[in-house]
Design a protein around this ligand. Structure first.
Ligand SMILES: [Zn+2]
Length: 283
């Protein structure tokens, strides 16, 4: 799954290439790509055509574009969803699902998704804490990149969850934007085992942990931030581009960059947790 830095790269690409442009036509080429838009393809297209895309927004891993109508197009990237900005005469991609053409006859916006877990939907917006959010995002906490992110409140919310610390970190109503990869990296940096109960996490350690998550995502964004200059806006959560500097995630058996012990992998919620057995003690 794409995590916050990957989604931010897509957001910047959309901001650069499609905002301010008026939609001329929409082709839905596969019904699964708009299955979250319950009224169907004709309704989906009618809510877009004639309106302009005003701003590309993100909260955590959620991405949307505001429409001049006051609604918002929510993009679910799923496992393999990509937003491409392509010239109109470029051949269709094999897994092209939705095509948006603009009144300026400039490059098209294409939603391409091989595995069709992702999709697009038009959503009503609501006002929450001074921000306009699509309804499905209303309950999602601010992410650490948000200028209004409240670190003290996030520390309190994290410690109030009576669970394992990694589950609390992944809870998008506590802090948004942290997925499995960056959770493992943050836990490694803060030297906390993923299964430590939150009640045994001091406020100082919780603050260090959220700070580490923020740093690791900011660094990934810098590493990936060069790829959105091109007209071809592309993201893939599996991309090795963001994985180069990982210390723990996916590093089973490789030496811990801090102490040299082999990184261990443990099962976690149908996935895995990677940690250093020496730096991140269970107790
Ligand atoms: Zn170590």
């Amino acid at each position: 799954m794409p995590e916050l830095p990957e989604v931010e790269v897509v957001r910047r690409g959309l901001e650069r290439h499609v905002t301010g442009r008026t939609i001329a036509s929409v082709d839905v080429l596969h019904p699964r790509a708009i299955r979250r838009h319950v009224p169907g393809a004709i309704d989906f297209a009618s809510r877009l055509v004639g309106h302009s895309l005003d701003a590309a927004r993100r909260r955590g891993k959620y991405l949307w574009v505001e429409l001049s109508s006051g609604e918002a197009v929510l993009a679910h990237l799923g496992m393999s969803g990509q937003m491409l900005v392509q010239s109109a005469d470029a051949p269709d991609e094999k897994h092209l699902r939705v095509r948006v053409r603009f009144a300026d006859d400039g490059p098209e916006l294409r939603f391409v998704d091989q595995r069709t877990f992702g999709g697009l939907s038009v959503e009503d917006t609501v006002e929450v804490d001074g921000e306009t959010l699509p309804e499905p995002v209303a309950h999602i906490a601010r992410d650490p990149m948000d200028p209004a992110f409240d670190l003290d409140a996030a520390v309190r919310a994290l410690r109030a969850k009576r669970t394992e610390v990694k589950r609390a970190l992944l809870d998008q109503t506590v802090v948004s934007g942290i997925g499995n990869i960056y959770a493992d990296e943050a836990l490694w940096r803060a030297r906390v085992h993923w299964a430590r109960p939150t009640e045994r996490l001091s406020a100082a350690k919780a603050r260090e942990l959220i700070g580490a998550a923020t740093d690791v995502m900011a660094e990934a964004l810098v590493a990936g931030g060069t790829s959105f200059d091109a007209l071809y806006v592309n993201v893939n959560g599996q991309s090795g581009y963001f994985d180069r500097s990982l210390a723990a995630y996916g590093q089973e058996g490789l030496p811990c960059p801090r102490c040299g012990s082999p990184i261990r992998r443990e099962p976690f919620m149908n996935r895995s947790s990677f940690s250093c057995p020496r730096c991140q003690r269970r107790s």
